[in-house]
Design a protein around this ligand. Structure first.
Ligand SMILES: NC(=O)c1ccc[n+]([C@@H]2O[C@H](COP(=O)([O-])OP(=O)(O)OC[C@H]3O[C@@H](n4cnc5c(N)ncnc54)[C@H](O)[C@@H]3O)[C@@H](O)[C@H]2O)c1
Length: 248
């Protein structure tokens, strides 16, 4: 596989879970720099230290992706450190699960603000840079929940919206050699997934053709493929990494 040698990358929400696995994989692929944009700075700093003890390649930047001003400052800080951005992974995401007729306005808006507006916020600043440099790859984390998952009307709405956003912006950016794709996982073994509780987890696994949970590294490898020039002709796509849950 072609690697990420010389590439500077941003991964949002990379303090733990899938984002952390992506940051680690990017370093394994010889990325020149990885910026962890996290709303939990302490977590981001601990992860940066764990992945890059010498502090030469990884920076931890405090950033709530739902806050446009914080995103602007975080991206300015990243560009000041790295000089350019070649890869952006919009991984930060939250759930606020509740059956729709009981869902509060706060639960609805919190998920839209992070999972959808957060992607808008980062892209608003990074897309013009990538257009100007006439290269770049953006990967957005969608989810198989978009097919319909009781209790996740807010979450599913955002993950479906990301696919429409991705198809549209990918077409706009293709002539500038900038690619945008989605990865849609199912049942990845992270704190977000464990939060659904043992009963729902058992039920979910019995409905998964692969009959097991996915390791975060198995999503990181798909993201890494889309980030590299091996995927140079792939744009506007969603790759379902779901152990057979969604076959498209
Ligand atoms: N775990 C799964 O089974 C699964 C399945 C499909 C899609 N996804 C998606 O993958 C992505 C990562 O999920 P995960 O399971 O690793 O979640 P996680 O909860 O384990 O980790 C999410 C990380 O994002 C950070 N974060 C949350 N909101 C943020 C914000 N506003 N600004 C900056 N950082 C923020 C958290 O601090 C945390 O470090 C999410 O977009 C999620 O929707 C996960």
């Amino acid at each position: 596989m072609k690697n990420l040698e010389g590439k500077f990358c941003i991964v949002t929400g990379a303090g733990k879970g899938i984002g952390k696995a992506i940051a680690k994989r990017f370093l394994d692929e010889q990325a020149a720099g990885v910026a962890i944009l996290e709303w939990n700075l302490e977590l981001a700093e601990a992860t940066a230290k764990e992945l890059d003890p010498t502090g030469e390649k990884v920076i931890a930047v405090q950033c709530n992706v739902a806050d446009s001003q914080q995103v602007k400052e975080a991206i300015d800080q990243t560009v000041a450190a790295f000089g350019r951005i070649d890869v952006l992974v919009n991984n930060a995401g939250i759930t606020r699960d509740r059956i729709f007729h009981k869902m509060t306005d706060d639960e609805w808006h919190a998920v839209i603000d992070v999972n959808l507006n957060g992607v808008y916020n980062t892209c608003k600043y990074v897309v013009p840079m990538m257009r100007n440099q006439e290269s770049g790859s953006i990967i957005n984390l969608s989810s198989t929940s978009l097919m319909g998952n009781p209790g996740q009307a807010n979450y599913a709405a955002t993950k479906a919206a990301l696919q429409g956003f991705t198809r549209t912006v990918a077409k706009e950016l293709a002539r500038k050699n900038v690619r945008m794709n989605c990865v849609a996982p199912a049942y990845v073994d992270t704190e977000m997934m464990r939060a659904i509780g043992e009963e729902l987890l058992t039920q979910a696994l019995s409905n998964t053709p692969a009959q097991r949970m996915c390791a975060p590294e198995e999503i990181a490898s798909v993201v890494a493929f889309l980030a590299t020039e091996d995927a140079s002709w792939v744009t506007g796509q969603t790759i379902y990494a779901s152990g057979g849950c969604v076959c498209s």
